[in-house]
Design a protein around this ligand. Structure first.
Ligand SMILES: *[C@@H]1O[C@H](CO)[C@@H](O)[C@H](O)[C@H]1NC(C)=O
Length: 513
């Protein structure tokens, strides 16, 4: 924990929109990257022996859920266009590419008795092409798509899911440990569990608001920890890679400075990200006391014999505590919190949390209804992490902006500059941030929003046969930031042409965290 007095000064600057004239730069060993995930870009949903995932099934069974009808069957066709993807990464000049492995592509049944060599071959090719151009692969093992056969056994609510994931993770580590130095076990456990098993707006679309979400949270954390420990035991010494987890840490602050609102904001932070951060990074481990207190009490009142929030045994607390080399922080926006103004159905996670979120009326709005630009929120979230947890190296593993199609994406540029400026201040004030990942390299399937919300630095023409990718203004601006290591608000390219430039900073293959 290293927080300088300066933070107060920066907070003032941030909120009042002053600017001082110190030139802040990202250090030379700071890593810049871009991200995608398998379901969102690959397509080839049943190609060459791939099995069915929960997202394949969810959107095949519920085609009307998808805003514009485009699901992940073809998506951005990265299953065939991966050479072009790597070319784009070279044009940007990034240090690393964050992508995910589709569990169903390599293990069609979810189990390791049946290995799909053709599926692995796709990732072999992608990883080798990246390394050929000195771009580090950062591999997410689980980005929302469980093999459907495992879902039929209860998915993440089945305690056996811990072992299923551990075995899958070991298999992938074994295959790529010599080539991949950055691993992310699970992407956004809160989304996996609370949107997949509780609110049901993500696959598998279960509506277990009372119990399922919490059971999932426990199993996902254990699965993550088992995979981390397996890497430590079998691979760390020889390959010296880093294993982390990506957690959505948006900022939640009180709508106004009243006791009710401050307490509601605290609940929001505890339920939205404390539930996953505390077991790994807090001093005592385990779920946050606040969440335990609320759910235990309500469960008793509701007639449950045991709390709807499962207990972690002492051995489980120990297993999870400290089980990450870095926090992958996914940050997009800020919410202002007050106690819920309406009564939620109970028992439910929403009723337990009892919060209502709004956003600043003046904040610039993206295409996604939940996404508004408030860069100071990233600064505050970083300081919150720094103040509340012991040494916690952070890589921003997602940050981005959604828009309509179009190459002149000034809003995405402004949003990126605002947040990178806030990040520089947070780093100056002691937050250990080692890297930043733009979401997303290219337009893709934004889950049930289909392709109606474009997140790409590169536009994808989904009507074209090759899913033609074209650099947006933001791609050129990001390239310039990576080259110059600073955020220059006035910089503008003379045209929208992007090309591979020779890059000789190649000092980043190994990074100490
Ligand atoms: C909130 O109110 C308390 C008590 O009135 C005050 O001490 C504190 O400085 C206020 N905080 C902010 C951020 O305004």
């Amino acid at each position: 924990m290293r927080v300088a007095i300066l933070c107060l000064l920066n907070l003032l600057i941030g909120s009042d929109g002053w600017s001082d004239h110190r030139k802040r730069k990202f250090p030379t060993n700071f890593l810049f990257g871009a991200a995608t995930s398998a379901y969102q870009v690959e397509g080839g949903w049943n190609a060459d022996g791939k099995g069915e995932s929960i997202w394949d099934k969810f959107l095949h069974d519920n085609p009307d859920l998808v805003a514009d009808g485009r699901n992940g069957d073809v998506a951005s066709d990265s299953y065939h266009q991966w050479r072009r993807d790597v070319e784009m990464l070279r044009e940007l000049g990034v240090d690393f590419y964050r992508f995910s492995i589709s569990w169903s592509r390599v293990l069609p049944t979810g189990f390791e008795n049946e290995i799909n060599e053709a599926g692995f071959k796709y990732y072999d090719n992608l990883i080798d092409e990246l390394l050929k151009h000195e771009i580090q692969p950062m591999v997410t093992l689980y980005h929302f798509e469980l093999p459907q056969p495992l879902q039929e056994l209860g998915g993440w609510t089945n305690p056996l899911s811990v072992t299923w994931f551990e075995n899958y993770a070991k298999l992938v580590f074994r295959r790529y440990a010599d080539k991949v130095k950055f691993w992310i076990t699970i992407n956004q456990p809160n989304t996996v569990c609370m949107e997949g098993y509780a609110s049901g707006i993500m696959a598998p679309g279960l509506n277990s608001k009372d119990v399922g979400g919490y059971e999932c949270a426990k199993n996902v954390l254990l699965a993550h920890a088992k995979a981390y420990r397996a890497y430590q035991t079998e691979f760390k010494k020889k390959y010296e890679g880093n294993v982390g987890i990506s957690i959505a840490v948006n900022w939640f602050e009180a709508l106004s400075n009243t006791t009710e609102n401050n307490e509601a904001a605290e609940r929001a932070r505890a339920f939205e990200f404390g539930l996953y951060l505390d077991p790994i990074w807090s001093k005592k481990g385990d779920f946050p006391d606040l969440v335990k207190k609320i759910v235990d009490k309500k469960s008793t009142e509701q007639g449950f014999k045991t709390s709807r929030l499962p207990k972690l045994t002492a051995a489980e607390v120990k297993l999870i505590k400290g089980s990450a080399d870095f926090l992958g922080m996914n940050h997009y926006t800020t919410f202002q919190v007050q106690p819920s103004q309406t009564q939620f159905e109970a028992p439910s996670v929403e009723d337990d949390r009892n919060t209502e979120y709004t956003q600043g009326p003046a904040w610039r709005a993206a295409k996604s209804p939940w996404l508004k630009s408030a860069p100071y929120g990233l600064y505050k979230a970083c300081l919150h992490l720094n103040l509340n947890y012991d040494y916690l190296p952070i890589i921003i593993t997602e940050h981005g902006w959604s828009s309509d199609p179009g190459l002149e994406d000034q809003d995405r540029v402004d949003n990126m500059r605002g947040y990178l400026g806030a990040l520089l201040l947070a780093m100056e004030d002691g937050t250990e941030v080692k890297g930043y990942t733009a979401w997303s390299l290219m337009d893709n399937v934004e889950w049930i929003a289909g392709t109606s919300e474009r997140f790409g630095l590169y536009e994808v023409d989904f009507e074209s046969e090759q899913k033609t990718r074209t650099a947006r203004l933001s791609a050129l601006v990001y390239k310039h930031i990576i080259e110059s290591r600073e955020v220059e608000d006035a910089w503008r390219p003379s045209n929208l042409k992007i090309a591979i430039t020779k890059n000789d900073k190649k000092n980043n293959y190994r990074v100490e965290l």
